[in-house]
Design a protein around this ligand. Structure first.
Ligand code: 6PG
Length: 265
């Protein structure tokens, strides 16, 4: 079997422009999914980078978003209660979820407060396992997975050196030690679960991410465990919405923005 990975880069002058473009793409994907399949499933991430995107989706820019037909999942969660300042669900709730007309039962948060974390992971795996369209596979089939990366190349809570990056079967696992602050246990979707999506979109900004972006783009079709984000390899292309600073280590990244191109390996 020939492994291929296609990365489509979209480079913008700043994070605001990248977030606006991604918001438009999400709106189009959601509208199309609802037209074709009647539902839209989306996985969201934590971190600071997507805050502007979420504000846009929760504000006037997301007024026509099909929230009532959307099932929302989380890529990862910190092992804290939902009202804790470090909770990914809590941050998303405060930023936009509390203000959009998505039925509460369609927001599927990871139970970070539940112990042991392995139990919370199994419970979440059952939730995502109920998504339609996965056939005989143990992994779900999300319409869109939205991810960020850390300066160390991690994505979701898949940190370099963690056993979670080698998981091939389970959709959700507990991570005892986080590679970056906050240093609390985590729950995370695994590479096969993230890779099962119809579309994976990364939103990345800032100088401190440039080396990791360059490493990921050098990693080839099999991915490089030193940069766990490169292990997310859906059958279709991954979309990289980058600001100019994050893209500075890519070949010929000094051109005018916005700029889109595709690279396969
Ligand atoms: C988390 C995330 C994580 C995040 C990156 C980027 O729970 O922290 O889901 O993978 O996307 O760490 O975070 P920033 O956007 O804050 O740089």
């Amino acid at each position: 079997m020939v492994l291929r990975v296609e990365r489509r880069t979209h480079v913008f002058p700043d994070l605001t422009a990248a977030s606006n473009a991604l918001a438009r793409q999400l709106m189009a994907r959601a509208t199309e999914a609802v037209r074709v399949r009647g539902r839209f499933s989306m996985v969201i991430s934590g971190g600071r980078t997507p805050v502007g995107l979420y504000e846009r989706l929760g504000g006037a820019g997301g007024r026509r978003f099909p929230w009532k037909a959307t099932e929302l999942f989380f890529a990862d969660e910190r092992c804290v209660p939902p009202d804790h300042p470090d909770s990914n669900f809590g941050a998303a709730w405060r930023t936009f979820l509390s203000g959009v007309p998505i039925p509460r039962a369609q927001i599927h948060r990871m139970r970070g407060e539940l112990g042991p974390a392995s139990l919370a992971a199994r419970r979440y795996a059952r939730w995502v396992g109920q998504l339609p369209g996965r056939g005989r596979s143990t992994t779900p089939r999300f319409d869109v997975v939205l991810l960020g990366i850390g300066p160390d190349g991690h994505t979701a809570s898949l940190f370099p050196g963690s056993p979670a990056i080698r998981e091939l079967r389970r959709a959700v696992v507990a991570v005892a030690r986080s590679g970056l602050p906050p240093f609390v246990g985590r729950l995370t979707l695994t590479p096969p679960a993230l890779s099962s999506a119809r579309e994976v979109d990364f939103l990345v900004a800032g100088d401190d991410k440039a080396a990791a972006i360059a490493g990921i783009f050098r990693s080839g079709a099999t991915g490089d465990p030193r940069f766990p984000a490169s292990l997310v390899r859906p059958p279709g292309p991954t979309h990289w919405f980058l600001d100019r600073k994050a893209a500075q280590g890519l070949p010929s990244s000094s051109g005018r923005a916005p700029r889109s191109r595709s690279n396969s390996s």
